[in-house]
Design a protein around this ligand. Structure first.
Ligand SMILES: [Zn+2]
Length: 467
């Protein structure tokens, strides 16, 4: 069989790897959108590098858009097969792909305005909200830890990768010429100390490994530090200064982690009695999906629920806000409060309005709890820029800006090597590094060589390798 790396090759987005077996079956691992690369991303997203019509099945690791975001286009362009994913991933995709469809439709209007000025022809949206709805019919749920036979030659199993709700690593076995070839695709690897999810679980021995490398050269702050620092930010801002605490957070994962952390503080009686707003329609819907998938929770969270808190993502003083008018009303509020809103990099969405409103007073705090690209609003605040532009106007940054790095959905290099330690390195014929910046991959490769892996490749986009 052969594998071709069509995305997340020497970059962190666009995850897409196509396997062609000797008998001609084409299996796509992930179908992600390239993101955060400006005009280049749009060009990459318009050309798969293969014909979607020829792909027989898609196995999806998780719902993040850089892994799932081109599914509606794949279907629109002729894919007729089945899309296998865990039940939680399917529920999340229903929300996230629809949301992505409406973003694509809005983005193309903006792009076309610029193209018109340059005398270029108008582009169509990559796909629409309706395309996303249509694509959902192709999904089929597959639970963790049970082998699923595609045909007599090919089977796969999902193992929990602990990255986001429903996230899975793919263990694929292909029988060719009487020999079983075992391929493991890590997709994104989570952290062992996640408050909601199980830790990434050991997986069966593989001959070939495709491993992510996002933080292949970094070590994170311990997860247990995060909660104390969050509480300190709440007390200093809301109690001591009477200000507002604004937290940009991704709708999936980070928002629920924050809600659950505040829920536990409330349960212990240490959370001051202030209002907490989760202000983003997608975050509100995503939190409902998370609540519905108890099968993905770790044992500590299940115990917490058994001990009496049946709703770990809900507490007194917590308000979910979907309505636009209600969202605007938060800005008029004079009392101290916590506002959790998306997007996580503060590039779009309601969070920009909230930041604009609190940025000019030293009583307020903007708390950054996730990765932000350097050019995003979150990234510029995080870098300590004294002035930032929001909606075309310049604002002096008088609010305090704080960062907590312990909330990461990706393992650091030690955690990834620990995760891979279930493998006998002597049986691994090749290890491919994907999903990372090239310089990071080079550093991670050195660490893996030290750990005993021998044949490590950093494939380029479009590169094919015979397995
Ligand atoms: Zn991910």
């Amino acid at each position: 069989m052969q594998i071709t790396f069509h995305g997340a090759a020497r970059t962190v987005t666009g995850s897409k790897h196509l396997i062609t077996t000797n008998s001609g079956l084409k299996i796509l691992l992930d179908c992600g959108l390239f993101q955060g690369m400006g005009a280049e991303a749009d060009v990459l997203n318009r050309h798969f590098g293969f014909n979607p019509f020829d792909v027989d099945i898609l196995i999806l690791s998780h719902a993040h858009i850089d892994h799932s975001g081109l599914i509606p286009k794949l279907v629109k362009d002729g894919f007729k097969g089945k899309i296998y994913a865990t039940p939680a991933t399917i529920d999340l995709c229903r929300l996230m792909l629809e949301d992505s469809g409406s973003i694509q439709e809005a983005d193309v209007v903006y792009i076309n305005k610029r193209r018109k000025r340059r005398g270029e022809s108008a582009l169509k949206a990559l796909y629409s909200e309706e395309d996303a709805i249509k694509a959902m019919k192709f999904f089929k749920p597959v639970a963790y830890n049970s082998w699923f036979n595609i045909n007599d030659e090919v089977k796969f199993q999902f193992t929990d990768s602990g990255h986001v709700l429903g996230s899975a690593a793919v263990n694929l076995v292909v029988k060719e010429d009487g020999i079983e070839k075992r391929l493991f695709f890590s997709a994104d690897i989570g952290r062992p100390g996640d408050q909601i999810l199980r830790k990434p679980e050991p997986f069966p021995q593989a001959d070939y490994i495709i491993c992510e490398s996002t933080y292949g050269n970094r070590l994170h702050e311990p997860v247990k530090n995060a909660e104390g620092r969050l509480l300190a930010a709440v007390i200093e801002t809301c109690v001591e200064k009477g200000g507002k605490l604004v937290i940009p957070a991704f709708s999936l994962d980070r928002t629920q982690e924050l809600i659950y952390a505040l829920d536990r503080m409330e349960h212990q009686g240490i959370l001051p009695p202030i209002k907490v707003f989760v202000d983003s329609p997608l975050s509100v819907q995503t939190t409902r999906v998370v609540e519905d998938h108890i099968e993905c929770f770790n044992s500590e969270l299940r115990d917490y629920m058994k001990k009496g808190d049946q709703r770990p993502f809900f507490f007194k003083n917590l308000h979910f806000v979907s309505d636009v008018e209600e969202s605007k009303a938060i800005n008029l509020l004079k009392e101290p409060c916590i506002i959790i809103s998306s997007s996580g990099m503060a590039e779009a969405g309601r969070i920009k309005h909230h930041i604009k409103n609190v940025i000019s007073s030293a009583n307020n705090t903007i708390l950054i709890v996730g990765y932000c690209t350097p050019t995003s609003l979150g990234g510029r605040l995080r870098a300590g820029e004294p002035e930032v532009r929001i909606f075309g106007e310049t604002y002096k940054v008088r609010a305090r800006v704080e960062t907590i790095d312990a909330y990461s959905a990706h393992a650091d290099y030690n955690e990834m090597i620990q995760y891979l330690s279930c493998q006998d390195v002597n049986q691994v014929k090749k290890l491919f590094l994907v999903h990372g910046e090239y310089e990071v991959m080079v550093e991670f490769k050195e660490k893996l060589l030290d750990a005993g892996y021998r044949h490590i490749m950093i494939p380029e986009k479009g590169e094919s390798v015979e397995l």
